[in-house]
Design a protein around this ligand. Structure first.
Ligand SMILES: [Zn+2]
Length: 83
């Protein structure tokens, strides 16, 4: 089981890099120009938690639990505003 999980993690990281290249953010990512949507911390390969697309913009979240929770809260507020 643990071997399988490790393989998945590696695949995920490879995919991420390919994805960043595809969307043209690979250089920004390597140069540390990608920031967490919530806490503004520089997103790196070892602290990235989520990547989302919202209104054609890419949103990155770091792996702090509070950031994910804040993002969900913000998202709820945005949804309310949209209505
Ligand atoms: Zn954060």
């Amino acid at each position: 089981m643990s071997i399988k999980k490790k393989t998945l993690d590696v695949l995920y990281l490879d995919d991420l890099e390919q994805f960043l290249i595809k969307i043209g953010l690979s250089d920004d990512f390597k140069e540390g120009n990608i920031k967490c949507y919530c806490c503004n911390e520089t997103i790196k390969i070892d602290n990235i938690c989520a990547l989302m697309i919202k209104k054609n913009k890419f949103i990155f979240l770091c792996n702090k639990e509070s950031c994910y929770e804040n993002y969900l809260k913000l998202n709820e507020e945005v949804k309310k505003d949209d209505i």
